[in-house]
Ligand binder design. Structure first.
Ligand SMILES: [Cu+2]
Length: 690
C-alpha cells in the first residue's frame, strides 16, 4: 500500500548537503531525539499479534559488537577472480553461523543478523552442476531459514529454505545442511526467509557461472575479436535500503491497529538509508522517528528535524535504555562516512552484477560518465542494450558490462532509492548512496567531483523494463502453449477490526503453527487424497496434478508497485497491462523470462511457467512488510505421485526433527517466538480501502 507522494528536490539536496558536511567534518555527529516515556515498551511482547521479538530471548549483554568495517571486511565482492567456469562439477562446502550482533551499518547501532560476523554475508560462487553443501548453524534465539533466490531446486524443494512453506525453520542451536545441485547460471542471492530476518542483514551474493559464460556475451560489438574474453573481471554490487531499527519492531508497528508507522496501519516503514555492498553514508544526524509517540513524531517530521537535541550519553547495549520497542537508538560515535570503492584497469571491460537486496524500495544504478550494457536479468541472458542507468525492484538482478573508456580518474557509482513509494518523509534519509570507481593508477584517496548526468548519443537514459520494452532474451526459447489458467487478485485491506492485511483473493497468508510447514502437511494429504484443494483464510495453494503449462494472471487491486517472486521457476511474461485482465490476446514473441517482476499499480501481468518441478513453491511480494502482512500464496506441483513420494522420501531426518523441536518449544516456552507467530484467526470481513 503506497501513495505516490510528490517530493521536491529540496529535501534531497538538503540531505545531500548534510552528508557532505558530515564527510567534511570527518565525524559521525550524534544528535538525538527525546527519550520516549517508555510506557509502551512492553507492547511488543504482550501483543498476541506480534511477530517474533529477538530481544526477549537473548540477553543483550551477550551480543557482540561488530565494527562497521568488520561487517564487510571479509566479504569478497570480486567474483570470477581466477575462476575456472569450465572445470568438471565438484562439491563446494561452506559452514555458516547465523548470529545476532550489534552493528552500525547506517551509523546507528542496531541488532543485526549476520553470517560468520558479516553482512552482507559470505559470497557463494559456483559452476553449473556443482553441488552446494552449506551447513547452517543457528545461533539466534529464534528459528531461521535460508532461501537460495532463483534456484530451481528440482528434486530438492525441501532445501528451498522458505520457512513454514518448505521447512519448519532451523531451531536455535541446531544445524541444517542445505545440499543441492546448481541448476541455474547467472546472478542470484541468498537471504533469510523467516519473517523479515533478511532486512536485518541476513543476505549475500550467489554467483553461478556457466561453462561458456564469456562467449555468451560476445555480441553487440562488446568484444573486438572472438578470442578476447568479453570482460576482464567481475564486480558484485549488492545494494538497497537500510533500516536502523530492528525489523521485527518495524513490522509490529507497521501492522499496529489504529496507529501504524505514521498514523495509518499499512504505511510501510520509510528506510533510514541506502547501502552499497554493506557500506552506507547513513549518519547520526537524525535518529529514526520510530522512537516517538505519534503526535511527537508528526511534529518532528513537520519541522524537518530542526529541533533535534543532542544524543544523551548512553552505552549501546545498555539493557535499561536500549532494548525493546519503542527503544532508543544510539549513535556509533566512531562512525565515519565512507564509500564502497574498487579499482579497475582502464581500457578494460568488466561485468557488474547488480542485486537489489533491499526490503522495500526500488533502486536505480549508474556510474558517472560510463555506459551500462545490460546483458542479464535475473539469470536470463538478454540482447545487449546500452543505457546510462537502470532501476531494479527488490530482489531483481542485472548484469551490465562497463568499459573503462574515460580519462583515468575516479567516478561516482550511484545507487539511488526510489522514494515515490514512501508514505511519509524520513528527514534522515538520503536516497543516494555513493561508491567510487577508481581507474588503476589513480590516487585512491581522492574523491570524484560531482558531475551532472550527461546524455550520450545512441544510449538510452534508462532501461525500459516494461512489457515490450528493452528486455529481450538472447536465447529465444519457444514458449509452449498454456494448458491451465489461474487468476488471482491481490489487494491490501483493513479488516473489520481495523487491522491491516494483504490478500491474494480472500486469503491472507500466515505461517502455519510452529513445527509445521505446508510442504510436509500438503504432501501427506496429497499422497492420501490427490484431489484435494487448499484454500482457506491463511493458505492459498494452487494444486497441479501432472505437468501443465500454467498461465498465472495476477491482477493488482493496489495503488503501489510490488515486486513478485516465484520460487523454483523462471516464468515467461506473456502479457502486462493496466487494470485487470480481461482476456486480452497474449504475446509470446520474444517473451522475457525472469523470476521477479515488478507489477505496477492497478495493473495485471500474465506469467507462464511449466509445473514440472515437484514441490511447494511460494509466490510472494518481495517487500518484507507486504509478505509478512499476508502477500504470499503457494503452488503445489505434483508432476506425478511418484515424484512427490520421492521428494518426501528424500527429506533429511534432521528436518523432521527440527519440526518436532519447534512444536515442542511452542508448548513449553513462551520465550521462543514461534509461539506468538500465529495470529489468531478472526472474522475476515474486510473493508476496501478507498
Ligand atoms: Cu508488495
Amino acid at each position: 500500500m503506497a501513495f505516490k507522494s510528490s517530493r521536491t528536490k529540496n529535501l534531497i539536496i538538503s540531505a545531500v548537503a548534510l552528508v557532505a558536511i558530515a564527510i567534511a567534518l570527518g565525524v559521525g555527529l550524534g544528535v538525538g531525539l527525546k527519550k520516549p516515556d517508555g510506557s509502551s515498551s512492553s507492547s511488543l511482547t504482550s501483543s498476541s499479534s506480534s511477530s517474533s521479538n529477538i530481544s526477549t530471548a537473548t540477553s543483550n549483554a551477550t551480543l557482540a559488537f561488530i565494527s562497521k568495517s568488520d561487517l564487510v571486511q571479509a566479504h569478497n565482492f570480486a567474483p570470477g577472480v581466477g575462476w575456472n567456469s569450465s572445470e568438471p562439477p565438484r562439491t563446494r562446502e561452506f559452514s555458516w553461523d547465523v548470529e545476532e550482533v550489534w552493528g552500525s551499518p547506517g551509523g546507528i547501532w542496531k541488532k543485526m543478523i549476520v553470517v560468520n560476523g558479516q553482512s552482507p554475508g559470505p559470497l557463494i560462487e559456483a559452476n553449473l552442476g556443482d553441488q552446494l553443501v552449506v551447513h547452517v548453524t543457528n545461533k539466534l534465539s529464534n528459528a531461521t531459514a535460508i532461501h537460495w533466490h532463483g534456484q530451481y531446486q528440482n528434486g530438492t524443494n525441501f532445501f528451498d529454505g522458505t520457512s513454514a512453506v518448505t521447512q519448519c525453520g532451523i531451531p536455535p542451536s541446531q544445524t541444517l545442511t542445505y545440499n543441492f545441485t546448481v541448476q541455474n547460471v547467472g546472478t542470484y542471492w541468498w537471504h533469510g526467509h523467516l519473517e523479515t530476518q533478511y532486512t536485518d542483514g541476513l543476505f549475500g551474493g550467489l554467483v553461478l557461472h556457466s561453462p561458456n559464460e564469456t562467449a555468451s556475451f560476445q555480441q553487440g560489438n562488446i568484444s573486438t575479436t572472438t578470442n578476447d574474453p568479453a570482460y576482464a573481471g567481475e564486480v558484485l554490487m549488492l545494494m538497497g535500503d537500510l533500516y536502523n531499527t530492528l525489523s521485527t519492531e518495524l513490522l509490529w508497528r507497521y501492522n499496529l491497529d489504529g496507529t501504524g508507522m505514521d498514523g495509518q496501519p499499512g504505511d510501510e516503514p520509510t528506510p533510514d538509508a541506502g547501502q552499497l555492498n554493506g557500506v552506507s553514508q547513513g549518519s547520526c544526524f537524525y535518529l529514526p522517528p520510530t522512537d516517538l509517540v505519534l503526535p511527537e513524531r508528526r511534529r518532528s517530521l513537520n519541522s524537518n528535524g530542526a529541533t533535534l537535541s543532542p544524543l544523551s550519553a548512553r552505552n549501546p547495549g545498555d539493557e535499561t535504555t536500549f532494548t525493546q520497542y519503542p527503544g532508543n537508538h544510539t549513535c556509533n560515535d566512531n562512525f565515519t562516512s565512507t564509500y564502497w570503492n574498487n579499482t579497475l584497469e582502464g581500457g578494460k571491460t568488466y561485468r557488474f552484477r547488480l542485486v537489489n537486496t533491499g526490503s522495500f524500495a526500488d533502486v536505480s544504478f549508474s556510474i558517472d560518465n560510463h555506459t551500462l550494457t545490460v546483458v542479464e536479468a535475473d539469470g536470463v541472458s538478454v540482447e545487449p542494450v546500452e543505457v546510462l542507468s537502470l532501476t531494479m525492484g527488490v530482489a531483481q538482478r542485472y548484469s551490465v558490462l562497463v568499459t573503462l573508456n574515460q580519462q583515468p580518474g575516479s567516478y561516482w557509482m550511484r545507487s539511488t532509492l526510489a522514494m515515490d513509494a514512501f508514505t511519509y518523509d524520513n528527514p534522515s534519509l538520503d536516497p543516494l548512496t555513493l561508491g567510487v570507481l577508481y581507474y588503476n593508477g589513480t590516487n585512491s584517496s581522492s574523491l570524484p567531483i560531482y558531475v551532472d548526468s550527461v546524455s550520450v548519443a545512441g544510449v538510452k537514459d534508462s532501461l525500459d523494463t516494461s512489457f515490450g520494452g528493452d528486455l529481450i532474451p538472447s536465447d529465444k526459447l519457444v514458449v509452449p502453449d498454456a494448458t491451465k489458467h489461474v487468476e488471482v487478485d491481490f489487494s491490501m485491506q483493513y479488516l473489520a477490526d481495523g487491522r491491516h492485511r494483504s490478500f491474494f483473493n480472500n486469503t491472507s497468508w500466515e505461517p502455519l503453527a510452529a513445527g509445521q510447514n505446508s510442504l510436509f502437511a500438503f504432501a501427506a494429504d496429497a499422497l492420501a487424497s490427490p484431489a484435494q484443494t487448499y484454500n482457506d483464510a491463511s493458505q492459498l495453494i494452487v494444486l497441479t496434478q501432472g505437468i501443465e503449462v500454467m498461465d498465472l494472471v495476477i491482477n493488482s487491486l493496489d495503488d503501489g508497485t510490488h515486486p513478485f517472486h516465484l520460487h523454483g521457476h523462471t516464468f515467461w511474461i506473456v502479457e502486462e497491462g493496466e487494470g485487470s485482465y480481461t482476456g486480452t490476446a497474449l504475446n509470446t514473441t520474444n517473451a522475457m523470462r525472469r523470476d521477479t517482476i515488478v507489477i505496477p499499480a492497478y495493473s495485471y501481468v500474465v506469467l507462464r511457467f511449466v509445473t514440472d518441478n515437484v514441490g511447494m513453491w511460494a509466490l510472494h511480494c518481495h517487500i518484507s512488510w507486504h509478505m509478512e502482512s499476508g502477500l504470499l500464496m503457494q503452488f503445489a506441483n505434483v508432476p506425478s505421485t511418484a515424484s512427490l513420494q520421492k521428494l518426501i522420501d528424500d527429506v533429511p531426518q534432521e528436518m523432521h526433527d527440527h519440526c518436532s523441536l519447534l512444536s515442542q518449544a511452542t508448548t513449553t516456552s513462551d520465550a521462543v517466538s514461534e509461539s506468538t507467530r500465529r495470529m489468531p484467526r478472526r472474522n475476515l470481513g474486510r473493508v476496501r480501502r478507498s
